[in-house]
Design a protein around this ligand. Structure first.
Ligand code: ATP
Length: 240
């Protein structure tokens, strides 16, 4: 049905040993939305993103994607459901060139649209085109982030999950990356789930947002509405 979310996280609990990092998390992402999850260090943001991919697994609760229960599905099968992830710390292949990294992304989708998709990525991030033969490990932090997103896009995802794309980047580069995300969503209707510590940019960009505190969602609402709430401003914006 049209109203059922593309991704539904229901009552998810994730443990590291006997420490409960997610304590019953509910998050919905609808088709065509940009949804952001904000929270401070250690709130469990990366854990949620990784749990959706099954590493680590949810010990309780359910993760449903496109009407299918993926809670126990192997990670490599989840990647074939056209969910792409650009993990925190970027994890591009440092010894491969920009071109080879982008090829690795396309390999998930079988190279059917390689040239067309490459042009799109270069349109979005002209910097990558200039550096096509440079090794990934020698790119700047911002360029590596662009490459990580570009590589994820080469797999033609239906859901793009980004873990802290602004981490450690200069404001101008952050703006370029967020503009690119907005453009992908606007022009192609790409659904985006964005995990961010940079609450200001993330909430401005997102249709909806969730605030994660200590493994629990404490607030949810429209992105710009959350941005106006005094509790959000005090905890995530002022002086931050
Ligand atoms: P940050 O913004 O700092 O990356 P985060 O919100 O992404 O934080 P997580 O990385 O999900 O937070 O961590 C949530 C909690 O789980 C933290 O207390 C962290 O120390 C703990 N944790 C994360 N990974 C592991 C692990 N592999 N083993 C044990 N504890 C872990």
């Amino acid at each position: 049905g049209g109203a059922e979310p593309m991704l539904a996280v229901r009552g998810v609990k994730t443990f590291y040993g006997n420490i409960m990092a997610l304590k019953g998390v509910d998050v919905d992402v609808h088709r065509g939305e940009i949804v952001t999850l904000i929270g401070s260090n250690g709130a469990g943001k990366s854990t949620l993103m990784m749990t959706i991919f099954g590493q680590p697994r949810a010990r309780e609760g359910q993760i449903v994607y496109d009407g299918r229960d993926i809670t126990k599905m192997p990670t490599h099968e989840i990647a074939h459901l056209k969910i792409a992830q650009s993990p925190e710390g970027r994890r591009i292949f440092p010894r491969m060139t920009v071109f080879e990294n982008l090829q690795m992304g396309a390999s998930v989708d079988g190279f059917g649209h390689f040239d067309e998709d490459l042009l799109k990525v270069f349109d979005l991030f002209p910097r990558l085109k200039e550096r096509i033969n440079q090794r990934g490990g020698t790119l700047s932090g911002g360029e590596q982030q662009m490459l990580a997103i570009g590589r994820a896009l080469m797999s033609r995802p239906r859901l793009l999950m980004l873990d802290e794309p602004s981490l450690g980047l200069a404001p101008l580069i952050v703006k370029q990356i967020f503009d690119a995300i907005r453009e992908l969503n606007r022009a192609e209707g790409l659904t985006v789930f964005l995990v961010e510590q940079n609450a200001f940019h993330a909430l401005k960009l997102a249709h909806r947002g969730y605030v994660l505190v200590n493994g629990l969602v404490t607030m949810t609402g429209a992105g710009r509405e959350l941005l106006e709430r005094p509790e959000v401003r005090a905890a995530y914006l002022e002086g931050g």
